[in-house]
Design a protein around this ligand. Structure first.
Ligand code: CNA
Ligand code: ZN
Length: 311
């Protein structure tokens, strides 16, 4: 087996190959699948990295009674689980509080990764961006919204689980700020509460951002768009652990001739058939600084300079 540094230097030369292919006429259709890792540079924690949401929030403190009722072993993903939310929306709202309010103030800025997608679109190469992210940073670059599929919904739109009516995001945030107290931060031993935000139209207690919780169906659009992947010449997979299904199935929807470039801190997707190392035929792994390196290799530095003030 190769050491990590050997692998990295091997992949650095691969990146030149990727850029050459990207520039060539043989590469017409580029598809991208992104995850939380493309937004960590903006200051938004992902789920599964050290220091990520699952690591730092200790959600067991606020999901304890759910776990007892279900006689389940603790799993941090309960905070984003549908059954949990319907029994008690507080853990979701509490854990998501900084996220919701951060989205509201737009304190986060699109990263180089997001801009790379925009540049790909300007080149006419980008066919579709499948984003698992719910932070909306993809749109800050002015990328055409019709080219983006929000696989797991968006946190910036809020609607009622009862009547379906939308609630203005500003109103929702005002309620989160006042009703969803940051009890976890102030008192880690604080008892679990049941707090929700009621709908102004029908008083149904469950108003929720339009994010897809575990146990809910993905938007129809995802399933409608997945067959497009059969035309991919190049698939970029960036900042995702590839453990959430069915989003991760995208890597196996591309044809066998399609080059797959996995851009991540760590190697992911082996269980889905992604192959790394010298004998891998079409898969390339590349680490954190890939987008900057690719921008240089593509000669897009001037483009980056133009938007630098927005980074
Ligand atoms: P994840 O499971 O947390 O995986 C993130 C992956 O990104 C990990 O493999 C990390 O090693 C990698 N990573 C982290 N930082 C970097 C970096 N700077 N450069 C390269 N790689 C990095 O997240 P997934 O997206 O795979 O999981 C899917 C969930 C997480 C989706 O449903 C999202 O909605 C949800 N999520 C979204 C956000 C967001 O919108 N920004 C934040 C946290 C979680
Ligand atoms: Zn309602």
């Amino acid at each position: 087996a190769l050491s990590l540094s050997e692998l990295q230097s091997l992949c650095a030369s691969d990146l030149t190959r990727v850029a050459a292919f990207l520039r060539s006429d043989a590469c017409k259709s580029v598809y991208v699948l992104t995850g939380a890792g493309v937004s960590t540079g903006a200051g938004i924690p992902d789920f599964r990295s050290a220091g990520g949401l699952y690591d730092s929030i200790r959600p067991e403190l606020i999901t304890a009674s759910f776990i007892q009722r279900q006689k389940m072993r603790f799993d941090p993903t309960y905070v984003v689980e549908r059954d949990m939310f319907f029994q008690n929306p507080f853990p979701y709202l509490e854990v998501r509080r900084p996220f919701i309010l951060g989205t509201h103030r737009q304190q986060w800025k699109a990263t180089i990764s997001h801009w790379f997608m925009k540049f790909l679109e300007e080149e006419g190469k980008l066919k579709r961006l499948f984003t698992q992210n719910i932070d909306g940073l993809d749109y800050q670059t002015g990328i055409s919204p019709t080219r983006v599929t929000n696989v797991h919904g968006s946190i910036a739109r809020v609607s009622c689980e009862g009547c379906g009516k939308e609630m203005p995001f500003d109103d929702f945030c005002a309620q989160v700020r006042t009703n969803i107290k940051d009890i976890y931060k102030t008192d880690p031993e604080a008892p679990e509460e049941s707090t929700s935000i009621p709908c102004p139209h029908c008083q149904h207690p469950l108003v929720k951002p339009n994010t897809i919780l575990f146990g809910s169906n993905l938007p129809e659009e995802f399933f409608d768009r997945v067959p497009e992947l059969h035309q991919a010449d190049l698939l970029l997979v960036a900042g995702t652990s590839l453990v959430v299904s069915p989003a991760n199935s995208a890597v196996n929807e591309v044809p066998g001739s399609c080059m797959r470039v996995i851009i991540n801190r760590e190697q992911v997707g082996q269980d889905l058939g992604v192959e790394y190392g010298p004998h891998a035929m079409r898969d390339v792994w590349s680490g954190e600084r890939t987008f900057l390196q690719l921008i240089k290799l593509m000669g897009w530095q001037e483009r980056l300079r133009r938007v630098k003030h927005r980074l």
